[in-house]
Design a binder for this molecule. Structure first.
Ligand code: ADP
Length: 475
């Protein structure tokens, strides 16, 4: 009888594994779908689940920037204020000051004025601490790069209207307002000589910082709690606002790729349930398969199913019914447990899920579930990245930016750098390895050797400050 139960559990795993399979042919379909959706999103407003938002960033930092600039990064429960000092000639960025603070919870649902007053007050304290140090700006207007990672509609590089709050914020009177103006007014109320020079989201900051260090950087991807990407698009290809864009040949497009969807994505019953029980069903489909917020909960759902099909996890598994009890760092810890008896897996099952005495063969099963979930996530993210390269004509498939098709496998491939950020890539080694390997799988060794993924630590805040420098009125 126990053998039959074991067989059932193994079957749950096998079916799940099959449902999550990402052979390279499938990944190529995802690549193509991403490129097609990008086209559609650029063709018309609402033309795709990819919003392909215009950022009005038409020039990226090139390393010649000089001076002292500020960054403010508001993207979740924390916000950061920082100052950078740039010396020109692609110099190392001195970061003489950084401060991280939680947003008091009551402000997340208060009024616009209260929230921005609080932020302005923090900026003021930060500036006052400068004293007469080496970076003091004698009477000059301080320029700020504002990273505001919520959906907004921009009409210029320094302004944007909030479409809706997410991530626990709910302040009705900000919606529909220009968030730069909200902050500028709060700064003015405090008599602080500072203004918003650029308003961006976190991926644009990461791209800007990447481009400051390396001009071959043309796209940026973040895989952390959520996921998103942006890239540099030719203005001619941004059909939905042709004629509007004249000053430069290119513009950074914020893809909002977390909402990407394609029938080619390998989706299982666990994904469908996770989605339908989420506060935003049918939304952020790609994000729900690859980002840190969700990986652990997919694993939980599979283990729960196993525990319901058999008694391999004993009889008390109520903790498994708690949504989001398994965070992705725990998945990483179990996945990367290299002790022969999987001690870490046993510890997490015991301490977090309150499931004791799990035999080794069952622990191995848990590791396998983590592996399947993470491998799929990393490989789909890789396919998304190659999709962007394809749209840019940088996937080596022979069609160059000028539209000329070259034959043979020795098409000259430009070096292409993708800036990347987020704990899944930077802190989860197996995720990173799976992602890197998948890019090589899809593109082949030859072409993928020209594609460099570069980690941009603190890109969202630092990038904003550096971009403020690039757009500085004082040059
Ligand atoms: P952000 O919230 O701005 O995206 P991060 O890039 O730090 O910030 O990403 C946080 C996400 O990454 C969380 O979902 C967290 O659970 C997850 N995470 C953090 N460290 C690890 C790790 N070592 N392995 C796997 N996931 C991790």
């Amino acid at each position: 009888k126990s053998r039959r139960r074991w067989t059932k559990v193994v079957k749950v795993l096998e079916e799940f594994e099959e449902g999550c399979a990402t052979p390279v042919e499938k990944l190529r379909q995802v690549v193509d779908a991403m490129a097609v959706e990008m086209h559609a999103g650029l063709a018309s407003e609402g033309g795709s689940k990819l919003k392909m938002l215009l950022t009005f960033v038409q020039n990226l930092p090139n390393g010649s920037e000089k001076g002292v600039y500020y960054g403010l990064d508001l993207g979740g429960t924390n916000f950061r204020v920082l100052r950078v000092q740039l010396g020109g000639q692609r110099s190392a960025i001195l970061e003489p000051g950084v401060e991280r603070q939680p947003i008091p919870e009551h402000l997340m649902t208060s009024t616009s004025e209260e929230l921005f007053d609080f932020i302005a007050a923090s900026l003021q304290k930060f500036v006052e601490k400068e004293g007469n140090g080496s970076v003091a700006l004698e009477g000059k207007l301080r320029e700020l790069g504002f990273t505001f990672s919520f959906p907004m509609k921009q009409a210029s590089v320094s302004s944007g209207i909030l479409i809706k709050w997410t991530k626990g914020f709910s302040i009705h009177d900000t919606v529909g307002k220009d968030v730069s103006e909200c902050l500028n007014q709060a700064l003015e109320r405090r008599g602080l000589d500072m203004r918003v020079a650029v308003l961006i989201n976190d991926t644009v900051g990461t791209l800007a910082l990447g481009h400051y260090h390396d001009e071959d950087t043309v796209a940026a991807v973040i895989i952390g709690t959520g996921t998103n990407a942006c890239y540099l698009e030719r203005s001619d290809d941004i059909i939905k606002c042709q004629g509007l864009l004249t000053t430069s040949g290119a513009m950074v497009v914020n893809m909002e790729w977390g909402n990407f969807w394609s029938s080619h994505l390998p989706r299982t019953s666990y994904d469908i349930e996770l989605d339908s029980e989420s506060p935003n069903p049918n939304d952020q489909g790609f994000e729900k398969m690859i980002s840190g917020m969700y990986l652990g909960d997919i694993v939980r759902r599979v283990i729960l199913k196993m525990s319901q099909e058999s008694d391999v996890f004993g009889l008390s598994f109520s903790k498994l019914l708690t949504p989001f009890i398994l965070r992705s760092p725990l998945i990483a810890a179990m996945h990367e447990d290299d002790s022969p008896d999987l001690r870490e897996v046993a510890r997490i099952l015991g301490e977090i899920l309150e499931i004791g005495d799990v035999p080794l063969k069952v622990r191995k099963l848990v590791v396998k579930v983590c592996d399947v979930v993470t491998r799929r996530a990393a490989r789909l993210a890789a396919a998304g990245i190659v999709g962007i390269l394809k749209k840019m004509g940088r996937d080596g498939s022979g069609s160059t930016a000028s539209g000329k098709v070259k034959g043979g496998s020795h098409t000259k491939m430009r070096r292409t750098v993708v800036a990347i950020e987020g704990a899944l890539y930077t802190s989860y080694t197996l995720f990173r390895e799976y992602l890197n390997d998948a890019i090589a799988d899809i593109l082949g060794e030859d072409i993928s050797s020209h594609v460099v993924l570069k980690v941009m630590e603190d890109g969202s805040g630092m990038g904003a400050a550096v971009l403020a420098a690039a757009y500085s009125s004082s040059g």
